[in-house]
Design a protein around this ligand. Structure first.
Ligand SMILES: NC(=O)C1=CN([C@@H]2O[C@H](COP(=O)(O)OP(=O)(O)OC[C@H]3O[C@@H](n4cnc5c(N)ncnc54)[C@H](OP(=O)(O)O)[C@@H]3O)[C@@H](O)[C@H]2O)C=CC1
Ligand SMILES: O=C(O)C1=N[C@H](C(=O)O)C[C@H](O)C1
Length: 251
């Protein structure tokens, strides 16, 4: 009888809302072994000999943490937000010396959120108007959410490919910024409300009809199947992958 070795996993940001949930999920998974937990101020060292690290910290710290892993040849599954084009370029640069290392950057690990982004991308070319509303718990430090930014970018690219122009909007007077942020030309609005976890609506409009695509994460366990799929798949995906959909056959 052959027994497969368990994947050794360490978690950075382990004391946080997501990190602590990942620790429980990894401990419960029979094919994973939680070997190390790290948080702010801890020496990451050799990350307790982990094969793969899960990183859920803060946007200002994630690049340095991921670099630390890459330099030690350790695969990384990243959920932390704030990965703009400049940070991704630095990451790709760091990986050139470690071509066998896999890094997954996933703006959202919930399967429904991944499908929401895909459906929004598909719908984009059919509608003149679109707006993204993201709604989160008030402990969230970044706005707009990584999911909303990614959704808007995907919609923006799909609109451009379809030859659609700017979304119609006659606003010329908005001293308080009531029309929200713009990401790749798409209006994005952020709500912070006690009691919420992570939610998003994508509103599409054209003459005489509206399409609303909505996803709700009511509990952080919603992210765990995706995180575990990331841990199990990351070694087989060397280089940088943005979006768990590429591990799920959705690309
Ligand atoms: N991709 C996805 O599916 C999801 C992504 N997220 C993202 O994950 C990130 C974390 O979210 P959440 O768990 O709610 O946040 P929390 O604030 O609850 O957790 C972050 C943890 O990281 C710690 N931390 C801060 N700085 C460092 C550092 N330099 N090194 C290691 N740890 C550090 C914090 O410590 P301290 O509190 O002492 O500062 C805290 O314990 C956010 O960017 C969020 O947007 C969240 C949910 C799902
Ligand atoms: O901070 C959160 O909670 C979440 N962050 C991610 C984001 O910014 O998109 C994913 C999810 O929305 C929960």
């Amino acid at each position: 009888m052959t027994t497969n070795a368990r994947i050794k996993v360490a978690v950075i940001g382990a004391a946080g809302r997501m990190g602590s949930t990942v620790c429980r999920a990894a401990t419960a998974a029979p094919d994973l072994e939680l070997v190390g937990t790290f948080d702010l101020g801890d020496d990451l060292g050799d990350l307790a000999g982990a094969d793969a690290v899960v990183e859920f910290s803060v946007p200002g710290a994630t690049l340095a943490n991921v670099r630390h892993c890459i330099e030690r040849g350790i695969h990384v599954v990243v959920g932390t937000t704030g990965w703009d084009a400049a940070k991704l370029a630095e990451l790709r640069d760091a990986l050139t010396a470690h071509p066998g290392v896999g890094v997954l950057i996933a703006p959202n690990f919930a399967i429904g959120a991944i499908l929401m982004m895909r459906f929004a991308e598909q719908a984009a070319r059919f509608y003149e108007s679109v707006e993204v509303i993201e709604l989160h718990h008030p402990g969230k430090v970044d706005a707009p959410s990584g999911t909303a930014a990614r959704t808007a970018s995907l919609i923006g690219a799909a609109r451009e490919a379809a030859g659609l122009g700017a979304v119609p909007d006659a606003t010329t007077l908005d001293p308080e910024g009531a029309r929200g942020a713009r990401v790749d030309g798409i209006p994005v609005h952020a709500v912070r409300l006690r009691g919420l976890v992570a939610h998003q609506e994508v509103l599409f409009g054209t003459e005489g009809e509206q399409l609303t695509i909505r996803h709700d994460s009511f509990d952080r366990v919603s992210f765990m199947p995706g995180v575990l799929a990331g841990i199990r798949g990351v070694a087989a995906h060397p280089g940088v992958t943005v979006g768990l959909e590429h591990y799920l056959g959705l690309d």
